[in-house]
Ligand binder design. Structure first.
Ligand code: ATP
Ligand code: MN
Length: 462
């Protein structure tokens, strides 16, 4: 049976006979024998393989091997005399599956820029950095499921195609089966959506929250974890057109409970990743951002700061520096403000609560003075907003009023309102941008480098 290299590096014993499969990272030919380093993606480090010239087809096989070639090697593990590894593999047989012509294979031993690597999105996964990213990303996903499953949350699968716009804002991708050159028109010469696939306009979802609320009103504690879409034309290092979101929804819960859960959640994920991916995290700390490990410890060991939006505005007004965007009660916080609070002032994740009613979504619970809603954003050093959440408006009359005030049509939210008509309860939830989390965890500067196949304006290759 083929063994995984990570497991061999950790636990492989001298004299064990093993078979490995993977891709060659380097080859060094000496007189009478050669070294190759083989990587199978299970760990950053590869396994060093020694191939003596008495191995069958030595000359012919070696000629076919260069960086990127795929091989299978069987042999026996021996203690390594070289530096940097405990064991190595002494080959007895060697099979080359596929060559990688060194004249054209784009990945060389040198460091490549992330911009260049994005152009070869089908090969960049074979690099050290992207390998570390995707192992950490996997560990984050596993931690998220484990966290919720341990607490009895049901993973619910909310739809990707939807007819409702969760935020009441634009920025959605349309889903249609019309021939766009010739869509059917009605008497008013508008597009006749009654003839479209779903009989009305449909979109890719921007959030699974509203449907998650339906499920929470039956199963108490649920979470979604799936792709979401935003057609926003923001070419930033923190925005994707397709990204993954984690959205727990908790019945019988207020904003304090929501914040407690979000804080425990982030701490759990960071601990999990430090435990499961120490080598990759060490790599990020050395090569990408030397504050990665300190940040992780900071998250795990410190209580998050909690302040109201009103306090945040006061602190920003007192700040001994000029901001590009204005600071004034009623205006939304910009990224520079968020980063000032989390990065410079408190130097740890900061939860800002109770935002002005008019800048937040209709479903957030109105405070008694009606000036603010029970919203909370968690701001992370370097990243800014990483989690956005709220206690939901559970009172039918208030919710109806808020929908109308925001210029939305209550009729399209009939089912959402029904949840308040039948057995309503206080409830709360939040959304975590999964790629923002992976960025935060790894120190990667650009969100395009923490998702295997980024979708951004003008870019949908691979
Ligand atoms: P921002 O102000 O940064 O655009 P937002 O207010 O639009 O964020 P929400 O609608 O609250 O964000 O979405 C919930 C979470 O999803 C955010 O906290 C963030 O982590 C993540 N997120 C939002 N938009 C994007 C995007 N375009 N790409 C990646 N992650 C995103
Ligand atoms: Mn946004």
């Amino acid at each position: 049976m083929t063994r995984r290299i990570a497991e061999l590096l950790r636990a492989g014993q001298p004299d064990e006979t093993v078979t490995i499969q993977g891709w060659v990272r380097t080859k060094r030919e000496q007189k009478g024998f050669s070294f190759i380093e083989v990587n199978d993606g299970s760990s950053m480090a590869g396994l060093q393989v020694v191939i003596n010239q008495d191995v069958p087809d030595y000359e012919a096989s070696l000629k076919r091997i260069s960086t990127g070639a795929s091989v299978e090697v069987s042999g026996v593990l021996v203690p390594s005399p070289g530096k940097g590894q405990r064991i190595e593999l002494k080959a007895s047989t060697l099979t080359v599956y596929g060559e990688a012509d060194p004249e054209t294979y784009p990945l060389q031993k040198k460091r490549h820029s992330f911009e260049f690597l994005r152009e070869i999105g089908h090969l960049r996964s074979r690099t050290n950095t992207l390998g570390a990213v995707f192992r950490v990303r996997n560990a984050c996903a596993a931690a998220i499921h484990q966290f919720f499953q341990e607490r009895g949350f049901l993973w619910v699968h909310t739809p990707i195609i939807t007819a409702s716009d969760c935020e009441g804002a634009g920025e959605m991708f349309a889903v249609t089966s019309f021939n766009l050159k010739q869509p059917p028109l009605n008497d008013q010469k508008d597009i006749d959506y009654t003839q479209d696939f779903f009989g009305k306009p449909a979109y890719l979802t921007v959030s699974g929250q509203l449907e998650a609320e339906i499920m929470a009103m039956a199963y108490s504690n649920v979470y979604t974890f799936g792709p979401t879409f935003r057609a926003e034309n923001s070419n930033t290092s923190r925005h994707l057109a397709e990204f993954w979101m984690v959205e727990p929804e908790i019945a019988f819960c207020d904003l304090d409970g929501d914040m407690d859960l979000a804080e425990a959640f982030l701490k759990y994920i960071f601990s999990y990743v430090l435990e499961h991916c120490p080598e990759d995290m060490e790599f990020f700390n050395q090569r990408i951002d030397d504050s990665v490990l300190a940040t992780a410890e900071n998250i795990i060991n410190n209580q998050f700061e909690r302040i109201t939006y009103t306090t945040a505005i006061e602190l920003l007004e007192k700040a001994d520096r000029k901001f590009e965007y204005p600071v004034e009660w009623g205006l939304d916080l910009q990224s520079e403000h968020e980063r000032y609070l989390a990065e410079e002032l408190f130097k740890k994740p900061t939860i800002v609560t109770d935002y002005p009613t008019q800048i937040k979504a209709f479903y957030m619970r109105l405070s008694d003075d009606e000036k603010t809603v029970r919203a909370m954003d968690i701001l992370a050093p370097k990243i800014g907003e990483i989690i956005g959440g709220s206690q939901r408006e559970e009172r039918l009359d208030v919710l109806e009023r808020r929908i109308v005030q925001q210029g939305l049509d209550p009729a399209t939210y009939w089912w959402y309102l029904d949840l308040r008509r039948y057995g309503t309860v206080p409830h709360a939830g939040f959304g975590l941008g999964f790629e923002r989390l992976v960025q935060f965890m790894t120190g990667m500067a650009n969100i395009r480098d923490v998702i295997p196949f980024p979708r951004t304006p003008q870019n949908v290759e691979f």
